[in-house]
Every structure is written in structure tokens, then in C-alpha cells.
Design a protein around this ligand. Structure first.
Ligand code: GLU
Length: 482
């Protein structure tokens, strides 16, 4: 059996979206779970909309997600080049081949003429499908002459054989296309560039792609592509069309449902492991319905037979929850590393980040239960960097009941302690509470309020320890003397 080869073939016309990332993931997983190869190809023949910047950001996001491709524009490979703009000659040769065997033909017509043809068909309540006869009637001898004089090239159209076709899709099952569902279509534009449907077939065939996995918005293209495979006597690959991704309201996924590009999630502080895990569950399920899975487990358990025909529902809330789970699973060191771009320089300087590694690691760990996205770190870490405003109301009531004195005693005790360590802090604090015969719950809650101005946050003893004696004493003093 031939080795499985799958590909992801983005057009560099924008950011990597969650839908694209899911397609890339399923293609990657299918290849890797069959010990095959995964190829990255850049489909940049739409010169007006393709940009280098978009290609760079696509590659960067794909790498960040943890994909490594066996062949691609940056790593090369024996089927290269992997950018369509560098393969134009190939497409022209194959178009010529189709002309030579009568399966394609020249069309000397302006875009407006084709558009007019389309409108005429629609106005007669007919499907806008062109026949060779219709298109060739536009290529009048005068026009052919004019094109030659002006040194312009005609477009090339493929003559679509009208017959019923069945696609045996690995996800959708049998998909039927009636003989009249498509008409003739362009394969090479008059500017000499191939159309998507043509370039994709040449490339998938020449790159020995065995499985084409992509979104089901391409289903109507697939029938054209199969006809091209047949006309060129290429082996037809297997197809797997993935269902659309919808929002929880069953509407097409859009901004309204949350972030939709991978780069936005990167900025918000999502972990690639969490993104991958969540994307894998968009239309696929584990045989034992396990929900928390890393890349290795996904590769071990992925197959197309568990990919659903039904639309996948994208629920950002679940992704956020999952990211929180992954953040909490990180070791102190891992958390320290991935947090850097989120806290430097907002919370501390590069210099401090390096010189106080131990303290930073503990501070990050102390707030990790409170966040689901790393970009929430600076706000949660503020307890360490910002002394709160004095709460006068609270102060007044503590004074009235005499409890203020207890905090004064606590401050004095903190000042006189030999050693500033979590254990001794816990011990000293407990001793004060005990002597004052005050309800511990209320006492600790109020202490937190005095020290941070907040009613929840990191474990109190740990917080006091990490704040450091000087800060703790000065915050207490400010409150007591206000
Ligand atoms: N460049 C196409 C796209 O981004 C690729 C589709 C395919 O996988 O065939 O939609």
C-alpha cells in the first residue's frame, strides 16, 4: 500500500482561522496516525489577494500550534516547489495537454462578456452553467485577430463531460452530483494564471497526495476536480470533507461568537495544547469519549471514521474552560516561560523577570487558579504591585469594635518575627487570631481586604509571604494610621 500523504493548502489572503486550523489538524493527525507524511502548500495564485505577510503569519501560527510538516515552502522536499506561484509553468503545460487532446479550449472573451452570459442564463431561469458552444461563440474571428495583435492570451476552459457522478467521501459517504450540476469552467485565466480548481488538481496529483481533507464548502469544487483527474489520467485521491463549524446559535461562525483567528487566541494567552485539544473535538470524538487529550494521544486515537457528518458547534466558553485546565497543569517553570510576553514589561521589567525568577514563579503559581487566559495575569498580579486605597468605612467599623487593635498587634508581630517564611507567618497570624478570640473566617477575610483591597485572591499566607515583610507592614501601617 502506498504511504499516506495529506496536505494543508491555505491561501495567504488573511489570518489562520479556527476552521482552517481544524482542517490542518485533521489532515496532520490522519497522516501521522497512519505513519504518513503531511505537506504544507501555499496556494497563492490569487495575486491580488495574496500577501507575503499573510503567508508568514500562517506559517507562524501553524508552527505555534505544534504542526511540523514533512515538506513545505520553508523546509523544501522532493515534490517542490511548494508555493503555487512558483509552479506556473507546470499548470500551463498541463493546460496545453488538455487543449491538445481536445478536452479544453480557448476562450477569447472579456470578463464582462462572460458575466453577461451568466446574467442571460439566470434571467431565463436557467442554471448559470456554460457549454462549449456558448463560450466558443464569443471567440469571433475578429476577436481572435485582435487578441493576436494586442499580444493577449485567451483564457482556457475545461470541457466538462455531462454525466452523473458519485463521490465516495470518507466523511459524508456517497455524494451524488447530477449531470447538469456543473458546466464548463476556466482552468487558465487570460493572465496566464491557473484557477484554484486546476492548480489544486495538478499539485495534489504531482505531489502524490493520497487523502484530501478539507472543509465541505469545497464539495461543489470536488466534482470539477474529479473530472480533471480523469481527463488528465491522474489517480483520484480519497476525499474527506469536514462539516462546517457553527456557533452555539447554529449560525455560521463569526466574530459574534468570540475570536475566530488563531493569532487572536495567541494574543489572549491561550496555550497551543489547549487549542489543539479543543479543535480536535470539533467534529471528532475519542473512541472512549475522552476529552482531555494531548497531541500524542490524538495521533494514537484519531481516525476519519469518528469524524461527524453533522456541523460542529464552536463554543468559546468550553475552549476558555479547557485553556484554564491546561494552564493549571503547567509546571512552575513552564508557566514562568509561557507567561513572559504577558507580564514583561507590563508587570515587571525584563531584568526583574530574570533576576527574581524564583519569586516570579511563585507569584504566577499563586494566581494560576484565577485565570483562564494568560493575558489576565497582569490584573491578577496587581495584588503584589499595587497597594490598595484605604477603605475608610472598614477602618471606622474596626475601630468602633476595637478590632483595629488586633491588626496593630499583628503588624507588630510581623515586624518582630525572626524569619519571614510561610510557616512562621501562618503560626504568628494564627496566634494573634487565637488570643483575640475572633472568628478566624472574618479575621482573614478582613486582613485580605486591608492588604489587597480585594475579597478573593491567592492563598493568604502565601500572598503575605510573597508580598514580603516590608510591603505587608507598610500596607498595614497605612491602614492603621489613616
Ligand atoms: N486554498 C484552498 C483554500 O484555502 C485550499 C482548498 C483545498 O484544500 O483544496 O480554501
Amino acid at each position: 500500500m502506498s504511504i499516506v500523504r495529506t496536505r494543508f493548502a491555505p491561501s495567504p489572503t488573511g489570518y489562520l482561522h479556527v476552521g482552517g486550523a481544524r482542517t490542518a489538524l485533521f489532515s496532520f493527525l490522519y497522516a501521522k496516525s497512519h505513519k504518513g507524511q503531511f505537506i504544507l502548500r501555499i496556494e497563492d495564485t490569487d495575486v491580488e489577494r495574496s500577501t507575503k505577510k499573510s503567508e508568514e503569519s500562517l506559517l507562524s501560527d501553524l508552527k505555534w500550534l505544534g504542526f511540523d510538516w514533512d515538506e513545505g515552502p520553508d523546509v523544501g522536499g522532493k515534490y517542490g516547489p511548494y508555493r503555487q506561484s512558483e509552479r506556473i509553468e507546470l499548470y500551463r503545460n498541463y493546460a496545453q495537454k488538455l487543449i491538445d487532446n481536445g478536452k479544453a479550449y480557448f476562450v477569447y472573451a472579456e470578463a464582462e462578456e462572460i458575466e453577461k452570459l451568466r446574467e442571460t442564463l439566470i434571467s431565463k431561469s436557467k442554471a448559470p452553467h456554460y457549454t462549449r458552444e456558448m463560450l466558443e461563440s464569443l471567440s469571433t474571428p475578429e476577436k481572435i485577430e485582435r487578441y493576436k495583435k494586442e499580444d493577449r492570451q485567451p483564457a482556457i476552459y475545461f470541457s466538462m463531460e455531462r454525466k452523473d457522478r458519485v463521490l465516495n467521501d470518507l466523511v459524508k459517504g456517497d455524494v451524488h452530483f447530477g449531470a447538469e450540476s456543473v458546466g464548463d469552467f476556466a482552468i487558465l485565466r487570460s493572465n496566464g494564471l491557473p484557477t484554484y480548481n486546476f492548480a489544486v488538481v495538478i499539485d495534489d496529483a504531482l505531489m502524490d497526495i493520497t487523502h484530501v481533507i478539507r472543509g465541505d464548502d469545497h464539495l461543489s469544487n470536488t466534482v470539477k476536480q474529479i473530472a480533471l483527474y480523469n481527463a488528465l489520467e491522474f489517480k483520484v485521491p480519497q476525499f474527506a470533507h469536514l462539516s462546517t463549524i457553527l456557533g452555539p446559535d447554529r449560525a455560521r461562525l463569526s466574530k459574534r461568537h468570540g475570536s475566530t483567528s488563531i493569532s487572536e487566541y495567541r494574543k489572549r494567552g491561550f496555550l497551543p495544547q489547549a487549542m489543539i485539544n479543543y479543535l480536535a473535538l470539533l467534529g471528532w470524538s475519542h473512541p472512549e469519549l475522552k476529552e482531555i487529550l494531548d497531541m500524542k494521544e490524538l495521533i494514537e486515537s484519531f481516525d476519519l471514521d469518528r469524524v461527524s457528518k453533522n456541523p460542529a458547534i464552536y463554543d468559546e466558553k468550553k475552549l476558555i474552560w479547557m485553556n484554564g485546565q491546561y494552564i493549571r497543569k503547567l509546571s512552575e517553570e513552564e508557566l514562568y516561560k509561557v507567561s513572559k510576553p504577558f507580564i514583561v514589561p507590563i508587570f515587571l521589567s525584563e531584568e526583574e523577570y530574570k533576576s527574581s525568577q524564583k519569586w516570579v514563579m511563585s507569584a504566577l503559581s499563586s494566581v494560576k487558579n484565577e485565570i483562564n487566559e494568560l493575558s489576565q495575569l497582569p490584573e491578577k498580579l496587581e495584588v503584589y504591585s499595587k497597594a490598595p486605597e484605604v477603605n475608610y468605612e472598614l477602618r471606622k467599623s474596626l475601630e468602633k469594635t476595637g478590632i483595629l487593635l488586633i491588626y496593630k498587634a499583628l503588624k507588630n508581630l510581623y515586624e518582630s518575627m525572626d524569619e519571614w517564611a510561610p510557616q512562621s507567618i501562618a503560626l504568628a497570624t494564627r496566634q494573634v487570631v487565637k488570643e483575640a478570640k475572633i472568628k478566624p473566617g472574618i479575621f482573614y477575610h478582613t486582613l485580605r481586604e486591608i492588604l489587597t483591597g480585594k475579597d478573593s485572591g491567592p492563598d493568604l499566607v502565601n500572598l503575605i509571604f510573597l508580598l514580603g515583610r516590608e510591603n505587608v507592614v507598610s500596607r498595614l501601617k497605612r491602614f492603621l494610621e489613616a
